[in-house]
Design a binder for this molecule. Structure first.
Ligand code: UD1
Length: 333
Protein backbone atom coordinates (compact mmCIF):
# COMPACT_ATOMS: atom_id res chain seq x y z
CA UNK A 1 0.00 0.00 0.00
CA UNK A 2 1.24 3.48 -0.91
CA UNK A 3 0.75 6.34 1.55
CA UNK A 4 -0.15 9.49 -0.39
CA UNK A 5 0.51 12.40 1.96
CA UNK A 6 -1.57 15.31 0.67
CA UNK A 7 -3.67 12.90 -1.39
CA UNK A 8 -6.75 15.15 -1.43
CA UNK A 9 -4.83 18.05 -2.98
CA UNK A 10 -4.61 19.08 -6.60
CA UNK A 11 -1.74 16.87 -7.77
CA UNK A 12 -2.12 14.26 -5.02
CA UNK A 13 -5.72 13.44 -5.96
CA UNK A 14 -4.78 12.90 -9.60
CA UNK A 15 -1.90 10.67 -8.51
CA UNK A 16 -4.29 8.57 -6.41
CA UNK A 17 -6.32 7.82 -9.56
CA UNK A 18 -3.25 6.83 -11.57
CA UNK A 19 -1.98 4.60 -8.76
CA UNK A 20 -5.39 2.96 -8.58
CA UNK A 21 -5.42 2.50 -12.39
CA UNK A 22 -2.15 0.58 -12.09
CA UNK A 23 -3.48 -1.65 -9.34
CA UNK A 24 -1.93 -0.03 -6.28
CA UNK A 25 -3.64 0.14 -2.91
CA UNK A 26 -3.63 3.69 -1.62
CA UNK A 27 -3.92 5.29 1.78
CA UNK A 28 -4.70 9.02 1.57
CA UNK A 29 -3.43 11.20 4.43
CA UNK A 30 -4.60 14.80 4.42
CA UNK A 31 -5.62 17.47 6.91
CA UNK A 32 -7.76 19.23 4.27
CA UNK A 33 -6.03 22.54 5.05
CA UNK A 34 -5.99 23.40 1.35
CA UNK A 35 -8.41 20.81 -0.01
CA UNK A 36 -11.87 19.47 0.70
CA UNK A 37 -13.06 16.11 2.05
CA UNK A 38 -15.48 16.15 -0.91
CA UNK A 39 -12.49 15.19 -3.07
CA UNK A 40 -12.81 11.69 -1.54
CA UNK A 41 -16.36 11.49 -2.92
CA UNK A 42 -15.19 12.70 -6.31
CA UNK A 43 -12.44 10.09 -6.36
CA UNK A 44 -15.07 7.46 -5.61
CA UNK A 45 -17.26 8.73 -8.46
CA UNK A 46 -14.32 8.54 -10.86
CA UNK A 47 -12.89 5.16 -9.82
CA UNK A 48 -15.81 3.44 -8.12
CA UNK A 49 -13.55 2.94 -5.10
CA UNK A 50 -13.77 4.51 -1.66
CA UNK A 51 -10.12 5.02 -0.77
CA UNK A 52 -8.81 4.43 2.71
CA UNK A 53 -8.03 7.78 4.24
CA UNK A 54 -6.88 9.32 7.47
CA UNK A 55 -7.41 12.93 8.47
CA UNK A 56 -4.07 13.85 9.95
CA UNK A 57 -1.72 16.80 10.08
CA UNK A 58 1.62 15.51 8.78
CA UNK A 59 3.32 17.84 11.26
CA UNK A 60 1.94 15.70 14.10
CA UNK A 61 4.33 12.73 14.09
CA UNK A 62 2.70 10.80 16.95
CA UNK A 63 -0.71 11.03 15.30
CA UNK A 64 0.78 10.08 11.93
CA UNK A 65 2.43 7.00 13.43
CA UNK A 66 -0.70 6.03 15.33
CA UNK A 67 -3.10 6.44 12.42
CA UNK A 68 -0.94 4.58 9.91
CA UNK A 69 -0.09 1.68 12.25
CA UNK A 70 -2.70 -0.74 10.95
CA UNK A 71 -1.66 -0.32 7.29
CA UNK A 72 1.11 -2.25 5.59
CA UNK A 73 2.96 0.51 3.73
CA UNK A 74 5.52 -0.14 1.01
CA UNK A 75 5.96 3.44 -0.24
CA UNK A 76 5.28 7.08 0.51
CA UNK A 77 4.54 9.87 -1.95
CA UNK A 78 4.94 13.16 -0.16
CA UNK A 79 2.82 15.98 -1.61
CA UNK A 80 1.74 17.62 1.66
CA UNK A 81 2.95 21.23 1.49
CA UNK A 82 1.73 24.80 1.18
CA UNK A 83 2.30 26.23 -2.29
CA UNK A 84 1.38 29.89 -2.51
CA UNK A 85 4.48 31.91 -3.36
CA UNK A 86 2.88 35.22 -2.28
CA UNK A 87 1.61 33.90 1.04
CA UNK A 88 5.02 32.43 1.77
CA UNK A 89 6.54 35.92 1.47
CA UNK A 90 4.05 37.43 3.93
CA UNK A 91 4.08 34.44 6.31
CA UNK A 92 7.45 32.68 5.92
CA UNK A 93 7.37 30.79 9.23
CA UNK A 94 4.09 29.14 8.30
CA UNK A 95 5.81 27.77 5.18
CA UNK A 96 9.03 26.66 6.83
CA UNK A 97 7.20 25.07 9.78
CA UNK A 98 4.72 23.16 7.67
CA UNK A 99 6.67 22.24 4.55
CA UNK A 100 9.80 21.13 6.40
CA UNK A 101 8.25 19.47 9.46
CA UNK A 102 5.80 17.44 7.38
CA UNK A 103 8.65 16.19 5.18
CA UNK A 104 10.81 15.30 8.20
CA UNK A 105 7.88 13.38 9.68
CA UNK A 106 7.25 11.45 6.46
CA UNK A 107 10.92 10.44 6.47
CA UNK A 108 10.75 9.52 10.17
CA UNK A 109 7.78 7.31 9.38
CA UNK A 110 9.81 5.64 6.63
CA UNK A 111 12.64 5.08 9.06
CA UNK A 112 10.47 3.66 11.82
CA UNK A 113 8.44 1.43 9.51
CA UNK A 114 11.34 0.50 7.24
CA UNK A 115 9.57 1.90 4.16
CA UNK A 116 12.18 1.98 1.41
CA UNK A 117 10.35 3.74 -1.44
CA UNK A 118 9.92 7.52 -1.26
CA UNK A 119 8.75 10.05 -3.86
CA UNK A 120 8.96 13.78 -3.21
CA UNK A 121 7.14 16.71 -4.87
CA UNK A 122 9.77 19.25 -5.72
CA UNK A 123 9.58 22.13 -8.14
CA UNK A 124 11.40 23.87 -10.96
CA UNK A 125 11.48 26.80 -8.57
CA UNK A 126 14.74 25.30 -7.24
CA UNK A 127 16.49 26.48 -10.43
CA UNK A 128 15.71 30.13 -9.63
CA UNK A 129 16.38 32.36 -12.63
CA UNK A 130 18.33 29.93 -14.83
CA UNK A 131 21.39 30.99 -16.84
CA UNK A 132 20.51 28.54 -19.59
CA UNK A 133 17.27 26.98 -20.83
CA UNK A 134 16.14 24.28 -21.06
CA UNK A 135 17.25 23.30 -17.57
CA UNK A 136 18.53 19.79 -16.91
CA UNK A 137 18.69 18.07 -13.55
CA UNK A 138 22.37 19.05 -13.50
CA UNK A 139 21.63 22.77 -13.89
CA UNK A 140 22.71 24.87 -10.95
CA UNK A 141 20.30 25.27 -8.06
CA UNK A 142 19.46 28.97 -8.18
CA UNK A 143 18.61 31.59 -5.65
CA UNK A 144 15.03 30.89 -4.62
CA UNK A 145 13.08 34.14 -4.50
CA UNK A 146 10.47 33.14 -1.92
CA UNK A 147 10.22 31.14 1.31
CA UNK A 148 8.10 28.68 -0.68
CA UNK A 149 10.96 28.22 -3.14
CA UNK A 150 13.52 28.04 -0.35
CA UNK A 151 11.42 25.40 1.43
CA UNK A 152 11.74 23.22 -1.70
CA UNK A 153 15.52 23.76 -1.89
CA UNK A 154 15.92 22.93 1.82
CA UNK A 155 13.60 19.92 1.45
CA UNK A 156 15.81 18.53 -1.29
CA UNK A 157 18.83 18.99 0.98
CA UNK A 158 17.07 17.27 3.89
CA UNK A 159 16.29 14.32 1.62
CA UNK A 160 19.85 14.15 0.37
CA UNK A 161 21.21 14.15 3.93
CA UNK A 162 18.72 11.50 4.99
CA UNK A 163 19.66 9.34 2.03
CA UNK A 164 23.31 9.59 3.01
CA UNK A 165 22.66 7.69 6.23
CA UNK A 166 19.58 5.73 5.11
CA UNK A 167 20.03 4.77 1.45
CA UNK A 168 16.43 3.96 0.57
CA UNK A 169 15.05 4.45 -2.96
CA UNK A 170 14.08 8.09 -3.51
CA UNK A 171 12.76 9.99 -6.52
CA UNK A 172 12.77 13.72 -6.28
CA UNK A 173 10.37 15.06 -8.91
CA UNK A 174 10.82 18.65 -10.06
CA UNK A 175 7.49 19.77 -11.48
CA UNK A 176 7.29 22.57 -13.98
CA UNK A 177 3.87 24.31 -14.15
CA UNK A 178 1.07 21.80 -13.55
CA UNK A 179 -2.29 22.83 -15.00
CA UNK A 180 -5.46 21.17 -16.29
CA UNK A 181 -7.84 18.77 -14.65
CA UNK A 182 -9.10 15.19 -14.77
CA UNK A 183 -11.15 14.47 -17.89
CA UNK A 184 -14.25 13.90 -15.74
CA UNK A 185 -14.17 17.56 -14.75
CA UNK A 186 -14.70 16.44 -11.14
CA UNK A 187 -11.29 17.26 -9.68
CA UNK A 188 -8.86 20.04 -10.53
CA UNK A 189 -7.04 23.04 -9.17
CA UNK A 190 -9.42 24.79 -6.80
CA UNK A 191 -7.62 27.62 -5.01
CA UNK A 192 -9.04 29.05 -1.84
CA UNK A 193 -9.86 32.72 -2.53
CA UNK A 194 -8.15 34.78 -5.20
CA UNK A 195 -5.95 32.57 -7.39
CA UNK A 196 -2.22 33.29 -7.57
CA UNK A 197 -1.49 30.97 -10.47
CA UNK A 198 -2.27 31.86 -14.04
CA UNK A 199 -4.72 29.24 -15.25
CA UNK A 200 -7.18 29.29 -12.30
CA UNK A 201 -7.29 33.06 -12.79
CA UNK A 202 -7.93 32.65 -16.53
CA UNK A 203 -10.79 30.18 -15.96
CA UNK A 204 -12.37 32.45 -13.33
CA UNK A 205 -12.26 35.42 -15.73
CA UNK A 206 -13.74 33.22 -18.47
CA UNK A 207 -16.54 32.22 -16.11
CA UNK A 208 -17.23 35.83 -15.07
CA UNK A 209 -16.18 35.21 -11.45
CA UNK A 210 -13.47 37.88 -11.93
CA UNK A 211 -13.45 40.84 -14.31
CA UNK A 212 -9.93 41.13 -15.66
CA UNK A 213 -6.78 39.07 -15.77
CA UNK A 214 -3.62 41.05 -15.10
CA UNK A 215 -0.76 39.93 -17.33
CA UNK A 216 2.38 40.62 -15.35
CA UNK A 217 4.73 42.37 -17.77
CA UNK A 218 5.12 42.37 -21.56
CA UNK A 219 8.68 43.68 -21.68
CA UNK A 220 10.55 40.42 -21.09
CA UNK A 221 13.08 39.19 -23.62
CA UNK A 222 10.72 36.57 -25.13
CA UNK A 223 8.88 36.27 -28.48
CA UNK A 224 5.90 38.37 -27.29
CA UNK A 225 7.38 40.00 -24.21
CA UNK A 226 5.53 37.83 -21.65
CA UNK A 227 7.12 35.15 -19.45
CA UNK A 228 7.71 31.63 -20.72
CA UNK A 229 6.76 28.58 -18.69
CA UNK A 230 6.60 24.84 -19.25
CA UNK A 231 2.94 24.00 -18.59
CA UNK A 232 2.28 20.32 -17.98
CA UNK A 233 -1.03 18.46 -17.75
CA UNK A 234 -1.66 17.32 -14.17
CA UNK A 235 -2.71 13.86 -15.41
CA UNK A 236 0.66 13.38 -17.17
CA UNK A 237 2.36 14.57 -14.01
CA UNK A 238 0.31 12.18 -11.87
CA UNK A 239 1.32 9.25 -14.08
CA UNK A 240 5.00 10.04 -13.54
CA UNK A 241 4.52 9.27 -9.83
CA UNK A 242 3.53 5.70 -10.61
CA UNK A 243 6.62 5.37 -12.82
CA UNK A 244 8.71 6.79 -9.97
CA UNK A 245 7.34 4.24 -7.48
CA UNK A 246 8.17 1.46 -9.97
CA UNK A 247 11.60 2.93 -10.70
CA UNK A 248 12.35 2.97 -6.98
CA UNK A 249 11.51 -0.73 -6.68
CA UNK A 250 13.90 -1.57 -9.53
CA UNK A 251 16.66 0.77 -8.32
CA UNK A 252 17.02 -0.12 -4.69
CA UNK A 253 18.84 2.47 -2.62
CA UNK A 254 19.16 5.02 -5.42
CA UNK A 255 18.40 8.72 -5.00
CA UNK A 256 17.30 10.22 -8.34
CA UNK A 257 16.11 13.60 -9.51
CA UNK A 258 13.78 14.13 -12.49
CA UNK A 259 12.45 17.17 -14.30
CA UNK A 260 8.80 16.75 -15.24
CA UNK A 261 7.60 19.05 -17.99
CA UNK A 262 6.87 19.01 -21.71
CA UNK A 263 10.09 20.71 -22.78
CA UNK A 264 8.15 23.54 -24.44
CA UNK A 265 8.17 27.20 -23.42
CA UNK A 266 4.69 28.77 -23.62
CA UNK A 267 4.16 32.48 -23.00
CA UNK A 268 1.35 34.00 -20.96
CA UNK A 269 -0.19 35.45 -24.14
CA UNK A 270 0.20 32.09 -25.99
CA UNK A 271 -1.74 30.46 -23.18
CA UNK A 272 -4.50 33.09 -23.17
CA UNK A 273 -4.91 32.97 -26.96
CA UNK A 274 -4.98 29.17 -27.05
CA UNK A 275 -7.53 29.14 -24.21
CA UNK A 276 -9.79 31.54 -26.15
CA UNK A 277 -9.49 29.45 -29.30
CA UNK A 278 -10.00 25.95 -27.92
CA UNK A 279 -12.79 26.91 -25.54
CA UNK A 280 -14.36 29.59 -27.71
CA UNK A 281 -14.58 32.04 -24.83
CA UNK A 282 -12.97 35.50 -24.61
CA UNK A 283 -10.57 36.47 -21.83
CA UNK A 284 -10.59 40.05 -20.68
CA UNK A 285 -7.00 40.92 -19.83
CA UNK A 286 -4.74 43.92 -19.36
CA UNK A 287 -0.97 44.25 -19.28
CA UNK A 288 0.29 45.47 -15.91
CA UNK A 289 3.78 45.77 -14.45
CA UNK A 290 6.01 42.79 -13.78
CA UNK A 291 5.31 40.64 -10.69
CA UNK A 292 8.31 40.82 -8.35
CA UNK A 293 10.26 37.58 -8.24
CA UNK A 294 8.96 36.22 -11.56
CA UNK A 295 11.44 34.26 -13.64
CA UNK A 296 11.62 35.45 -17.27
CA UNK A 297 11.73 32.06 -18.96
CA UNK A 298 12.07 28.46 -17.87
CA UNK A 299 11.33 25.11 -19.45
CA UNK A 300 12.55 21.60 -18.91
CA UNK A 301 14.94 19.24 -20.53
CA UNK A 302 13.01 16.02 -19.87
CA UNK A 303 15.35 13.49 -21.47
CA UNK A 304 16.27 11.90 -18.16
CA UNK A 305 12.62 11.18 -17.29
CA UNK A 306 12.14 9.67 -20.75
CA UNK A 307 15.19 7.44 -20.59
CA UNK A 308 15.12 6.37 -16.96
CA UNK A 309 11.49 6.68 -15.87
CA UNK A 310 10.11 5.69 -19.27
CA UNK A 311 7.81 8.71 -19.04
CA UNK A 312 6.91 11.53 -21.39
CA UNK A 313 4.15 14.13 -21.27
CA UNK A 314 1.45 13.07 -23.73
CA UNK A 315 -1.32 15.64 -23.35
CA UNK A 316 -1.01 18.93 -25.25
CA UNK A 317 -1.83 22.50 -24.26
CA UNK A 318 -5.34 22.29 -25.78
CA UNK A 319 -6.16 19.30 -23.57
CA UNK A 320 -4.81 21.16 -20.53
CA UNK A 321 -6.98 24.19 -21.26
CA UNK A 322 -10.21 22.40 -22.21
CA UNK A 323 -10.05 20.17 -19.12
CA UNK A 324 -9.43 23.15 -16.83
CA UNK A 325 -12.39 24.96 -18.36
CA UNK A 326 -14.63 21.92 -17.94
CA UNK A 327 -13.63 21.73 -14.27
CA UNK A 328 -14.30 25.44 -13.74
CA UNK A 329 -17.76 25.15 -15.30
CA UNK A 330 -18.55 22.18 -13.03
CA UNK A 331 -17.63 24.22 -9.94
CA UNK A 332 -20.30 26.78 -10.85
CA UNK A 333 -23.04 24.19 -11.43
C1 UD1 B 1 5.73 29.36 -9.41
C2 UD1 B 1 6.91 28.45 -9.41
C3 UD1 B 1 6.45 27.01 -9.36
C4 UD1 B 1 5.53 26.80 -8.20
C5 UD1 B 1 4.36 27.74 -8.33
C6 UD1 B 1 3.49 27.60 -7.11
C7 UD1 B 1 8.85 29.29 -10.63
C8 UD1 B 1 9.54 29.38 -11.98
N1 UD1 B 1 7.68 28.63 -10.63
O1 UD1 B 1 5.13 29.20 -10.64
O2 UD1 B 1 7.55 26.17 -9.24
O3 UD1 B 1 5.08 25.48 -8.16
O4 UD1 B 1 4.83 29.08 -8.38
O5 UD1 B 1 2.41 28.47 -7.15
O6 UD1 B 1 9.31 29.76 -9.63
N2 UD1 B 1 0.74 35.36 -14.40
C9 UD1 B 1 0.05 36.46 -14.86
N3 UD1 B 1 -1.09 36.83 -14.21
C10 UD1 B 1 -1.58 36.15 -13.14
C11 UD1 B 1 -0.88 35.02 -12.67
C12 UD1 B 1 0.30 34.66 -13.31
O7 UD1 B 1 0.46 37.12 -15.82
O8 UD1 B 1 -2.62 36.56 -12.59
C13 UD1 B 1 1.96 34.95 -15.10
C14 UD1 B 1 3.21 34.97 -14.21
O9 UD1 B 1 3.82 36.21 -14.28
C15 UD1 B 1 4.02 33.85 -14.87
C16 UD1 B 1 2.98 32.88 -15.41
O10 UD1 B 1 1.78 33.60 -15.47
O11 UD1 B 1 4.73 34.37 -15.95
C17 UD1 B 1 2.79 31.66 -14.52
O12 UD1 B 1 2.57 32.11 -13.19
P1 UD1 B 1 2.07 31.14 -12.04
O13 UD1 B 1 0.94 30.30 -12.53
O14 UD1 B 1 1.86 31.94 -10.81
O15 UD1 B 1 3.26 30.12 -11.86
P2 UD1 B 1 4.83 30.41 -11.60
O16 UD1 B 1 5.04 31.70 -10.93
O17 UD1 B 1 5.55 30.13 -12.86
Amino acid sequence: MILVAGGAGYIGSHAVIELYNKGYDVLIADNFSNSSPSVLDKLELITGKRFDHITVDLCDLEELKKRTKEYKLSGVIHFAAYKSVGESVSNPLKYYANNLQSLVNSLKLCKERDIRNFVFSSSCTVYGNPNQIPVTEKSKIGKAESPYGKSKVISEEIIQDYHHTHPISICNLRYFNPIGAHESGLIGDYPDGKPNNLLPFVTQVAAGVRDTLSVFGDDYDTHDGTCLRDYIHVVDLAKAHVNAIEYNVKNEGKHSIFNLGTGKGVSVLDLIKTFEKVNNVPINYEIVSRRPGDVEAIFADCHKAKTDLNWIAELNLSKMLTSAWKFQQNILK
